[in-house]
Design a protein around this ligand. Structure first.
Ligand SMILES: Cc1cc2nc3c(=O)[nH]c(=O)nc-3n(C[C@H](O)[C@H](O)[C@H](O)COP(=O)(O)OP(=O)(O)OC[C@H]3O[C@@H](n4cnc5c(N)ncnc54)[C@H](O)[C@@H]3O)c2cc1C
Length: 381
């Protein structure tokens, strides 16, 4: 067993951290106020190789893989979790095309997505994200097209994506349950429009919007995978890309909380000494550190397993559940260290708390994660 992070990935961590400080930190205040994503960042994310991290060199990416992605998203999210989720859902829009797509689809979409365009993956509908069988959007084949009707919500990157992987109901399976298929949709397809943008408490600057399909005509060659494979594609993408992505953002928030709390504790003087001398404050720092390390290493293990091609759905769910819950606790403890200053917008710990809260349902709630984990426990212990 070797827990050493390869030198190549440590170099990646350093260069992404520098990039985030230089290119993203100056944009955060405006993103918080406006809720808008700074589009000028997209080509820079491409130049840094961040858009193409999980896309193979055959299709224009750098194929650095999932552990590299975890480290990169962690460093980005220490500065802006909103840019972190934009990037992580972009990868959710790339991976299923490479994994389930035809050669023609890969050549058509992936090189651009690896360099200069943003992708998205939209499954959730107003009828409930946890209840995937409750999805109501339908797709019917008519001649050379699939005609899609319905509505998606909470679609990250809704207003900037150039490619959407979506899932719609296309019939019933052999057991009479709804069957779903996946499609690649472009923004200018007839009958497709972007609806309202949600005004969120956290991840401000990352878009979460509605996708509206009104007799939307999708060319039949844009069916992703086989007809009826939509649920398989959606669950694989959420489990193997979405959950570790949310875990990586949350690990970034844990460490951002640790750094800010430690810095503040050394600067804030009470009773003639920095509050870092108080054991109650030291215990908070120890807790933040412990929960951050636990989240980080569960996430690295899951992503390393993904890179090795090992089955890792349980490990991904575990990493996501622990990291998102820990990020919220770490941010809360960092706020406690700050006392009243945690309530002032100038101090970033309040943003970490809001972002960590929003990370918990994104990619599946903690209750849904616990159902998956309990099933594993009952089967294996
Ligand atoms: C910022 C953000 C970004 C997102 N980005 C995307 C995206 O890009 N693409 C996408 O497809 N989706 C996205 N989502 C949607 C996200 O996946 C859903 O919010 C999530 O799956 C939960 O669905 P819901 O919000 O409809 O809650 P519901 O499913 O309505 O859940 C409500 C409550 O019921 C609980 N619950 C549900 N089922 C059970 C059960 N069986 N047992 C016990 N409790 C249960 C839940 O845990 C929760 O507490 C995003 C969400 C957010 C907040």
């Amino acid at each position: 067993m070797d827990f050493t992070i390869p030198e190549k990935l440590e170099l990646l961590r350093k260069s992404v951290a520098e990039f985030a400080e230089r290119e993203i930190a100056p944009l955060v205040e405006d993103m918080e106020k406006s809720g808008e994503f700074p589009k000028q960042l997209i080509p820079k994310l491409g130049e840094m190789g961040l858009l193409g991290l999980v896309t193979s060199p055959d299709y224009g990416g750098n194929g650095m893989g999932f552990l590299a992605r975890a480290i990169a998203i962690e460093e980005i999210s220490k500065v802006s979790a909103a840019v972190g989720i934009t990037l992580q859902v972009h990868h959710m829009g790339c991976w299923p095309i490479e994994t389930f797509g035809t050669e023609e689809q890969k050549k058509r979409y992936l090189p651009k997505l690896a360099r200069e365009a943003i992708g998205a993956c939209s499954i959730t509908e107003p009828s409930g994200g946890s209840d995937v069988f409750g999805m109501k959007t339908t797709a019917k084949q008519e001649g050379d097209y699939w005609v899609i009707n319905g509505r998606k919500c909470f679609a990250t990157n809704s207003h900037i994506a150039e490619t959407f992987v979506i899932v719609a109901r296309t019939g019933e399976d052999a057991k009479g349950r709804p069957a779903f298929s996946a499609f690649i949709v472009e923004p200018d397809f007839e009958g497709f429009s972007i609806g309202r943008e949600e005004n969120k408490v956290g991840f401000r600057g990352a878009y979460s919007g509605e996708l509206i399909f009104n007799d939307c005509k999708v060319p039949k060659e844009n069916l992703l995978g086989k007809e009826g494979e939509g649920l398989k594609i959606a669950l694989a993408t959420v489990n193997r890309v979405g959950r570790p992505g949310m875990a990586s953002i949350s690990v970034g928030l844990c460490y951002a909380s640790l750094e800010e709390a430690t810095k503040f504790s050394k600067e804030r003087v009470l009773y003639g000494k920095p509050i870092s001398n108080l054991q109650a404050i030291q215990f908070l720092l120890a807790d933040i550190f412990s929960y951050a390390e636990a989240a980080r290493w569960l996430n690295y293990r899951a992503n390393w397993m993904m890179d090795q091609g090992l089955p890792c759905d349980t490990e991904m769910t575990l990493a996501k559940y622990v990291a998102t819950e820990n990020a919220f606790l770490c941010a809360r403890w960092a706020c406690e260290v700050h006392g009243g200053y945690s309530c002032i917008l100038e101090y970033p710990v309040q943003r970490y708390l809001r972002d960590a809260w929003v990370a918990i349902p994104s990619g599946g709630t903690s209750q849904v994660a616990k159902i998956v984990l309990a099933r594993h426990v009952l089967k294996n212990f």
